[in-house]
Design a protein around this ligand. Sequence first.
Ligand code: UD1
Length: 361
Amino acid sequence: MRVVTVVGNRPQFVKAAAVSRRLRERHEELLVHTGQHYDDEMSRVFFEELALPGADRELGVGSASAPVQTARMLEALETVLADARPDLVMVYGDTNSTLAGALAGAQLQAPVAHVEAGMRSFDRAMPEELNRVLTDHASALLLCSTETAASNLKHEGITEGVRIVGDAMADVLLEMAPVARDRSRALEEHGAEPGSYILATAHRAGNVDAPERLSALVDLLIALPGPVVFPVHPRTRARLASTGLGARLEAAESVRTTPPLGYLDLIALAASARAIATDSGGLQKEAYLLGVPCLTLRDRTEWVETVDAGWNTLVDLSVDDALRALEREPPATHPELYGGGHAGERICAEIDAFAAAAATA
Ligand code: UD1
């Protein structure tokens, strides 16, 4: 089968790393990079560290508002898909690149497979929520990380083509965590003693775009018991600079800001942290898999199992809630939630089955 995979930003490079090489053993894959993330530290480093096959097509779309960015991707994808005539279009997660890939595939009548289907925050103000819902409703094969995701789809009337396969990001984490511990020098570089610091990340539009929220985020980072290692996403860096709030953060002795980190450095820092404070969905899962308590800087999460298991606490931007959560002992139990590192295999098996069914149809 000919598969066109559309990726465009950091979390998608990680998820595709669990699938692409295996997929290519049995199918032809054309990897399309939309260019949503383009800096070396946001893109190239992930391809190198995770041995992801290089992109076969680069759309070079770059940064823009969501409608313009999605429109540019759609326009470029029309040509790519018309040329490649795929039997299946694969998309990952919930970003503008995901939606553009799904919509372009559906409009050109290629079936779409969505990895990480069915995740919901039930907050339509989140750009990612809109992307997820629309992508799922345009997809023929809905590859879910969890049972909750499959049940979310059922509530929206989607039952056909739904498969629970585990989580692709978990595969990569489980394989690469020991490599990160061996190879990364990030702890030394950032003066971080194992077990004594908090790793913090924040980039959600809902946390960094509105100055009042960004100001509350800065207050929270400063109030956390340090040291706090804070790799700064470019969106956040730009907002900190334009509001002048960056100066307050830089003046705080307990917070050590760093540029965005590659996969191995981030995982090495995550694995040895006392706790992780983040608004990233991926890092909430990674914290869980590494057995590190997580404070989620949002009032809800798609990864509800981590909260139910007691390892993740929704603190939004409340200093009091964050400090209280840090005082709690982590739970004694740690159930397996995300497929134990076999999602890539299961996704490829589902694609094989899809190809076999298409061949006999
Ligand atoms: C996007 C996704 C988000 C995902 C995140 C992972 C959407 C709606 N959002 O958010 O779900 O969690 O990626 O990181 O698709 N920029 C650079 N260099 C780059 C890329 C971006 O400097 O390589 C800057 C630009 O100023 C840009 C801003 O970061 O305007 C935001 O980038 P964008 O891709 O729009 O969204 P993210 O915030 O990265």
